[in-house]
Design a protein around this ligand. Structure first.
Ligand code: XMP
Length: 527
């Protein structure tokens, strides 16, 4: 990472004196914990599970949260935290595996649960504590564990139990250390945010003073300081992340910003015109539009394998971008809309046990060999925070709430060969899907809605004639974080209407299907 990127990151991270660190032990919910903490207006970061006490002190956190994790505390190579972190006097909340670790380190006994517990459980509060202030005597909680704490020394006070888990929550008698066997961060624990709030405010003494407005001000100052008189290039895609990045940059450095929009021929219907209109309405910065359609489609000719499509699109994009960027004089910096989940998923943030690299989510996007210093002003933010920031910066609601669109665009929704003719069919069908979802008032309620052109043809009958034409699949999902997703239960009437319109209005399509697969095991995109 360039020095600029790291300094922007650390400056952005100084947005509040109050912060909480989540030590990541590989839980699928670790990011969610960080989000839930930020929702309470307390700045929060994920860090490596084995962070040293000195490193913790350097962050000066108000509290530490030990995440869950897939391991057993006694398994070989199970990730452990440095025992010294419990001696810092900083409040600690262990969640699931994190609670087992804390109890193990401070005198509890962790055993394989007689009954593994996954799913909803009824939790009864057995002892009063600041953590459970305002909590009902009995409520539902979400359990997901094999091991559990079976016994604790006198140093620990049990606070709650479920039918199969006699110690569902604990508090250390003399240290500010707490543990929850269940997951307060998931929505299936309805009072979970109250527990986190109690930990943050009552135990850690936070006031909840972190706000996105402060974030914007500080990020703008940091950008100005780093950029000086140089020019910054920013790739625009029409998506929320790049638009908010550009808006922030424009606020910071105005005319020193040059934006590049590469039309790869894989955009949605009218997308290029929409981006240009939005751009010119909101910024007076220099805009370069590159028409790369012919070169992208030539490069994709005959290619059907999804990753090969991605590779070729990535390569062409870099070439187009490089050529256009070379026309911008004095450009020293490249701004990108990298978000916190991208940083975490790439392992770049902390390289924790959960760090996995998804081939298609390449952090940075453009390679360092381009010779620019990177500016990634959103790399500390989650998607919903970026949306809120976009609204604060005055971007239009429609743009801020646009569903995510993959970098390789319609190529990964055009199954089989990508040709202009097939893309046009897909574009028309896709526009109908989105139109109808919007007309039904469901666009904001769903996370992604789009059409997929299948590589099959099927027999139909139109009028008196037999047809043999393409099939379209409608994909519509609800998702919190796009790591998991459920197919949206759209009203039948809406599906019927979409189907009729697509078959009537899109020449070459005689069949429409609705995708009813969840992620996992399916993915959101078909390729
Ligand atoms: P999947 O299909 O992996 O998608 O369930 C999860 C989210 O990522 C988006 N996606 C991509 N975004 N480049 C991107 O920038 C890609 O190659 C890519 N593939 C999937 C997808 O639209 C969903 O929001």
């Amino acid at each position: 990472m360039s020095s600029i990127a790291s300094s922007v990151q650390s400056t952005a991270g100084s947005v509040s004196d109050e912060r909480v660190l989540v030590l990541d032990f590989g839980a699928q919910y670790a990011q969610l914990i960080a989000r839930r903490v930020r929702e309470q207006s307390v700045y929060c970061e994920l860090v490596r599970h084995d962070i040293t006490p000195e490193q913790v002190k350097a962050h000066a956190p108000s509290g530490l949260i030990l995440s869950g994790g897939p391991s057993s505390v006694y398994a070989d190579g199970a990730p452990k935290c440095h025992p010294g972190i419990f001696d810092l006097g900083i409040p600690v909340l262990g969640i699931c595996y994190g609670m087992q670790l804390a109890c193990d380190a401070l005198g509890g006994d962790v055993a394989n649960a007689p009954a593994r517990e996954f799913g909803r459980a009824r939790c009864e509060v057995t002892s009063e504590s600041d953590l459970f202030t305002g909590f009902p005597h009995e409520t539902d909680v979400w359990m997901s564990h094999g091991d559990q704490v079976s016994q604790v020394s006198e140093e620990f006070i049990p606070l709650a139990r479920t039918k199969t888990c006699p110690i569902a929550a604990v508090k250390h008698a003399s240290r500010p250390v707490y543990g929850l066997q269940f997951h307060p961060e998931v929505t299936h624990t309805p009072q979970g945010s109250m527990l986190l709030r109690n930990f943050l405010m009552a135990v850690c003494g936070c006031s909840g003073s972190w706000h996105l407005g402060d974030f914007a001000k500080e990020a703008i100052d940091a950008i100005r300081q780093q950029v000086g008189d140089a020019r910054v290039i920013c790739g625009l895609s029409g998506g929320v992340d790049s638009s908010v990045t550009a808006a922030l940059l424009y606020r910071a450095i105005g005319k020193q910003l040059s934006c590049i929009l590469v039309n790869n021929g894989l955009l949605r219907k009218d997308e290029q015109a929409m981006v240009i209109a939005e751009f010119t309405d909101h910024f007076k910065a220099d805009l370069h539009v590159v028409d790369g359609e012919a070169r992208f489609l030539a490069s994709l000719a005959g290619v059907t394998e999804p990753q090969e499509k991605r590779r070729r699109i990535g390569f062409e994009f870099i070439e187009c971008f490089k050529a256009e960027a070379a026309k911008v004089e004095d450009a020293r910096f490249l701004a990108q809309g990298t978000l916190y989940p991208d940083v975490i998923e790439s392992g770049a943030a902390h390289d924790g046990p959960a760090a996995t690299i998804k081939l298609h989510h390449n952090v940075g996007g453009l390679p360092e060999q381009l010779g620019f210093e990177l500016i990634e002003p959103l790399r500390d933010l989650f998607k919903d925070e970026v949306r809120r920031l976009g609204l604060e910066l005055g971007l239009p609601t429609d743009l801020v709430w646009r569903h995510p669109f993959p970098g390789p665009g319609l190529a990964v929704r055009c199954l089989g060969e990508v040709t202009r003719q097939r893309l046009d069919i897909l574009r028309e069908a896709d526009a109908i899907v989105v139109d109808e979802i919007k007309a039904a008032g469901l666009y904001r309620k769903t996370s992604q809605a789009f059409a997929v052109l299948l590589p099959v043809q099927s027999v139909g009958v139109m009028g008196d004639a037999r047809t043999y034409e393409d099939a379209i699949a409608i994909r519509c999902v609800d998702s919190d974080d796009f790591m998991t997703a459920d197919w949206s239960r759209l009203p039948n009437e809406l599906l019927a209407h979409m189907s009729t319109r697509i078959i009537n209005e899109v020449k070459g399509v005689n069949r429409v299907c609705y995708d009813i697969s969840s992620k996992p095991p399916a993915t959101i995109e078909w390729e």
